[in-house]
Design a protein around this ligand. Sequence first.
Ligand SMILES: NC(=O)c1ccc[n+]([C@@H]2O[C@H](COP(=O)([O-])OP(=O)(O)OC[C@H]3O[C@@H](n4cnc5c(N)ncnc54)[C@H](OP(=O)(O)O)[C@@H]3O)[C@@H](O)[C@H]2O)c1
Length: 399
Amino acid sequence: MSRKTLNIGLFGFGCVGFGLYEVLQKTPGLKANIKNICVKNPDKKREIGSENFTFNADDLLNNPEINVIVELIDDADAAFEITKRALKSGKAVVSANKKMVAEHFGELLQLQRENNVPLLYEAACCASMPIIRNLEEYYDNDLLDSIQGIVNGSTNYILTKTSRDNISYDEALKQAQDAGYAESNPILDTGGFDAKYKLLILLAHSFGYIAKPDDLLNIGINNLGGVELKYAREKGLKIKLVAQAFKQNDGTVGAFVLPKFVSPEDRLYNVDDVFNGVVTKTSFADEQFFVGRGAGAHPTASAVLSDISALTYDYRYEYKKISRGESVSLSDNLDLTIFLRHEKKDAELLKAYFSDVTESWQNHESGYITGNISFGNLKKLSSDDTTVKSVVLFDVNRN
Ligand SMILES: NC(=O)c1ccc[n+]([C@@H]2O[C@H](COP(=O)([O-])OP(=O)(O)OC[C@H]3O[C@@H](n4cnc5c(N)ncnc54)[C@H](OP(=O)(O)O)[C@@H]3O)[C@@H](O)[C@H]2O)c1
């Protein structure tokens, strides 16, 4: 098959944009070259000559020689406008922006179909780990039961540093930012939003369900404290931020992002530092485990490079599970076993939300409860951060 030559218009020359530039320099066999780069700040010092840059998006979007837009900016709204214009003008798009893809999944799917051009975004989900294309192609026929994983590199880095290396939360966050792992706005990572955007993308590619960010519960690691870290240590567990989606017996799907205690038997236990890990479970293959770097310039650029390479042979997502039109709905009918930390005065009030309390501990100011709770009650409590200080999942009791 003869491969297409790609003339790239690149948006963004930050951590990933410059990473892509370097990676492309080292991949001479690929028939792809960067024609022009659009950035935002005219006063910033650049790693390469100013003749390569423009500050006007039209220079890329209106250039008929450019047939691919690679969008690597840190502004999801601007990224959506760029992507929309590019697709409407018949240019293929590669993006690493999970927030944009997750917030506009349905519209982006329609734009691809109407204009008959592809949008690829492997780097938006677990950076270097090829999970989207696997879900699209490999798990086409084998019935997927569940997908769960550590999908955010910065929070995994912070959790590893605070629990294993005894570094303070603020110092670990700063290290993640300095290494280029963290989003410009840290709460996107630490609040579990970035993980939720990725889960939304995984949900569409694994179960064919398109949801909006507000449809899924996300609790991050930003409120974790010494009590639960000590609890984990004493019991030989680790706390990881885990995104998961799974089919229930009634055909509905449960999906959420929560900090979770993982035991040494769990495949995610040894996924530390900036690594991501995803475990899929299917009817015939049983469990499979993917692991790889979940952030950073070159690992993320490698997934962008793979998408660019895929475009040279006209690859596009077929969205097979969505196209099959099976009716899937999200379920709130779930039962979870959790750990909940609270202020001492709220213990009795909070116990009433549990269907079964296994353990309850208090000192002079705070305490925790472990036990079973319905997903509905957890959702109610999660919006009340004056009584609920933190939540960590033990397990889902699936029906
Ligand atoms: N960093 C990672 O490890 C990682 C991993 C996976 C996915 N991603 C995703 O990759 C994307 C880029 O992340 P990053 O870490 O490379 O961000 P970054 O280092 O902050 O760089 C952002 C770049 O976007 C440019 N920019 C912002 N708004 C723009 C606009 N309206 N028009 C043109 N250029 C604009 C900035 O221009 P100036 O240079 O002029 O400021 C900068 O070059 C994000 O969607 C992020 O979620 C990142």
